[in-house]
Design a protein. Structure first.
Length: 258
C-alpha cells in the first residue's frame, strides 16, 4: 500500500465492533498511502489527512487478492489500488475500521491506542520497567499481562507459555514479583513471541497467515497451553487447567509453584 494511491475504498458491511463512519470512503479514496504501521493489534494506514485504524478481531484477515476475485462471504471492506486489491474478512465482526483525523493530533493519542502498554521488543521493556509497572497491582500476574496496559502482544496462549518459561505461577500477585522474576518474565515473553513468530504465529484453530498457511506454534511448540492432564515437558507432572477472568490458563503445579 505505501507509495500508492487508493483508487477506491468500499465498506460493504458497516456493522463491525464499532460503527464505521459513513463518509470514510470520501475521506480516503483518491489519496496516496504515506505509510503502514502497527500498534499492538491495531494496523495503521496513514494518509495525509489522517490514519485509518484497523483491527482484525479474533479471526479476521486482511489479504491481498487478484483484481477480479469474487468477494467472499464476510468480506466486509475493500481497498482497491491501480496495482492491487485488499479485502478485510471478519466472520464474527469483532474487528474494526476506524478513522483518526490528522486535525485531532498524533494517532498515538487515539483513545484505543493511548493506554496501550509498551511493545515487547522495545528495548525499554526490561526488568526495571516491569517491576515499576507491577508495583501496587494486586491482580494475578496472568490477568495483568492480558490487560495490555503494561506490555502488548501477550495474549492468552502466550501468557500461559511465558509464565511457564519464567517458572511463575499464573495466580501470583503481580506486585509480589521480585526484580529477578521480572527479568525472567521479560526474557520469557520475548522468547515465546520470537518462537511463535518463527513458527508462523498461533491463535484460533482456523487461523491462517497471509499466504493461507496455518500458524504452527500452537500445535508444535506449546509446552502447557491446551495440554491439561498431559505430562510437563520438564518434570513430568500433569499440566493443570484453571479459569482466570473467563479465560483458560494452563500451568505446571510443580515448576510454577509461586
Amino acid at each position: 500500500m505505501p507509495g500508492h494511491t487508493l483508487t477506491r475504498f468500499i465498506m460493504h458491511e458497516s456493522r463491525m465492533r464499532w460503527p464505521v463512519a459513513p463518509d470514510l470512503a470520501d475521506k480516503i479514496s483518491g489519496r496516496p498511502v504515506l505509510g503502514c504501521g502497527r500498534r499492538g493489534k491495531y494496523l495503521l494506514v496513514e494518509f495525509d489527512n489522517g490514519t485509518q485504524i484497523i483491527h482484525l478481531g479474533m479471526s479476521g484477515s486482511l489479504r491481498r487478492v487478484p483484481m477480479d476475485e469474487i468477494r467472499r462471504k464476510h468480506d466486509h471492506a475493500e481497498w482497491i489500488f491501480p496495482h492491487a486489491r485488499f479485502l478485510l474478512n471478519d466472520p464474527r465482526r469483532f474487528g474494526a475500521v476506524l478513522w483518526h483525523d490528522a486535525a485531532q493530533g498524533p494517532v498515538a493519542a487515539h483513545p484505543l491506542l493511548a493506554r496501550l502498554g509498551i511493545e515487547p521488543f522495545d528495548p525499554a521493556f526490561g526488568p526495571a520497567y516491569l517491576a515499576r509497572s507491577l508495583a501496587g497491582k494486586t491482580a494475578a500476574i496472568k490477568q495483568v499481562l492480558l490487560a495490555g496496559n503494561i506490555v502488548v502482544g501477550v495474549g492468552n496462549i502466550y501468557a500461559s507459555e511465558s509464565l511457564f518459561r519464567a517458572r511463575i505461577h499464573p495466580g501470583a500477585q503481580a506486585s509480589s514479583l521480585s526484580l529477578n522474576r521480572c527479568a525472567r518474565l521479560v526474557d520469557a515473553v520475548r522468547g515465546t513471541l520470537e518462537q511463535a513468530l518463527t513458527s508462523g504465529g498461533s491463535t484460533l484453530r482456523d487461523y491462517v497467515n497471509a499466504s493461507g498457511e496455518p500458524g504452527a506454534y500452537f500445535s508444535l511448540h506449546a509446552a502447557v497451553y491446551d495440554r491439561a492432564g498431559q505430562a510437563c515437558p520438564l518434570c513430568g507432572t500433569s499440566i493443570r487447567r484453571i479459569v482466570q477472568g473467563q479465560r483458560a490458563t494452563y500451568y505446571c503445579p510443580r515448576c510454577q509453584r509461586s
